[in-house]
Every structure is written in C-alpha cells, then in structure tokens.
Design a protein around this ligand. Structure first.
Ligand SMILES: CC(C)(COP(=O)(O)OP(=O)(O)OC[C@H]1O[C@@H](n2cnc3c(N)ncnc32)[C@H](O)[C@@H]1OP(=O)(O)O)[C@@H](O)C(=O)NCCC(=O)NCCS
Length: 193
C-alpha cells in the first residue's frame, strides 16, 4: 500500500515546476548537446562526483536515459533548469533521489548562468517538493571542500554541516575532501515559519 504522500509517481507529477524566473521540467533527448557542452566544462565536472572527463554526447545521452528511468521508477526526481521565457534551453540539472527516509539532492548549472541566484531559486522549489513526502526526514547534500559557492548556497538554504570525509571525483580521478551537509525536516519547517 502506498499513501497519498509516498506514491511513487507523486514526485514526477509535480513537474513542471514554475518559480519566479525558472521552469523546472523533465529533461529530454533534445537536451543532450547542451548537457554535453556544460558538463564538458572542467569547472562543472570537477565539482561533481561521477562525471567522466572528457564528457561526450554519448555520456549525456546515457545520463538523460538514466534520469528519465529513475523519474519513471518514482524513487527520484531529476529536472532540467530552464528560464520560463526560454523553456527549451537547458541551463542545468537538479535532482534528488530517495533511499529509506533520506534523500540526496544535487545540482549544477553551465558556467554562463552562475552568479544570478538561479541554483538557489531552483533548489528552494525542489526542497519543497521533496518534503511533501511525509516519510522523508532529511535531505543530504554537501560539496567538495573547494566549492565555496555550493557550500554557501546550502548554508543559506538551511543545510548544516554533518561531517567531513573524502569522496572520489571521477573528473579529477582523485579522492577529494568533501563536506557533508544535511537539511532535516525540522530545520526546513522552522526556516519556512
Ligand atoms: C554551485 C552552483 C550551482 C551555484 O550556482 P549559482 O546559481 O551561481 O548559485 P547562487 O547564485 O544561487 O548561490 C551561490 C552563492 O554562493 C556565493 N558564491 C559564489 N561564488 C563564491 C565563492 N567563490 N566563494 C564564496 N561564495 C561564493 C554567491 O555569492 C551566492 O551566495 P549569496 O546568495 O549569499 O550571494 C554553480 O556554481 C555550479 O553549477 N557549479 C558547478 C557544479 C557544482 O558545483 N554543483 C554543486 C555540487 S555540490
């Protein structure tokens, strides 16, 4: 039995999500060349755990297929970040995937879109959707220790540091210092009040 808030399809049905400036919509195969171009940027790939370098259109195609499959399965929600006024142009991706009572959230934008608050705007909307699932207790995120932009963004969103460790970064081919961050349901509700 699944309840109204944990039906596997409920996350996908939240899309598309409109925010003030953005449209978060399901990725599609027409996005492959933009995803490939953005993820081929070392400044993006080196901040993500599992992006190979060089990153090709074939990699992007597999990625889109995987994201659509997990959206369909219902244990994750992965959405393209686009401007409302230009919904066809993918600027980045944002996703969370659930395991038990926790989910992990992550995001990236092509470098030309940095510094205008777009990632925060997308993350606020995705966090709200994730916590609609009443069985979700905590959202984890985190970033490599040399990624102050993402760490600052997470702190502003209410995430707190929950420890440090080392994670493998495929693009760097190296174990890399990583700060773990977590947003509990309690902190999320307190921040929303
Ligand atoms: C991290 C990333 C998504 C941020 O996107 P963005 O749209 O520029 O983020 P926002 O503008 O919403 O917020 C970034 C915050 O970090 C701050 N910031 C940016 N660069 C910074 C730096 N070098 N040092 C400290 N703070 C920095 C910004 O001022 C902003 O904080 P503010 O709202 O208090 O001004 C983007 O840089 C990116 O895609 N990077 C590569 C991939 C990546 O790191 N993904 C996340 C992996 S954990």
């Amino acid at each position: 039995m699944t309840g109204a808030h944990d039906h596997p399809r409920s996350w996908r049905s939240a899309a598309p999500i409109s925010t003030r400036r953005l449209l978060l919509r399901e990725p599609e195969f027409g996005d492959v060349s933009r995803i490939a171009r953005h993820l081929a940027e070392p400044s993006v790939a080196s901040m993500l755990a599992s992006i190979p370098s060089p990153f090709t259109e074939a990699h992007a195609s597999v990625l889109v297929g995987d994201l659509l499959t997990s959206n369909e399965r219902g244990d994750a929600l992965a959405l393209a970040i686009a401007r409302r006024r230009d919904p066809g142009t993918l600027m980045g991706l944002i996703s969370f995937s659930k395991s038990g009572s926790a989910a992990e959230i992550g995001w990236w934008l092509g470098p030309r879109y940095w510094g205008r608050g777009f990632a925060s705007e997308a993350a606020v909307a995705m966090i709200e959707v994730a916590f609609r699932d009443e069985s979700l207790d905590r959202l984890s995120a985190g970033a490599f220790a040399d990624n102050p932009a993402s760490l600052r963004m997470q702190t502003r969103l209410g995430f707190r540091s929950s420890g440090q460790g080392r994670r493998f970064c495929v693009a760097r081919a190296a174990l890399t210092d990583h700060i773990n961050m977590v947003l509990t349901r309690e902190d999320h509700l307190a921040a929303a009040r």
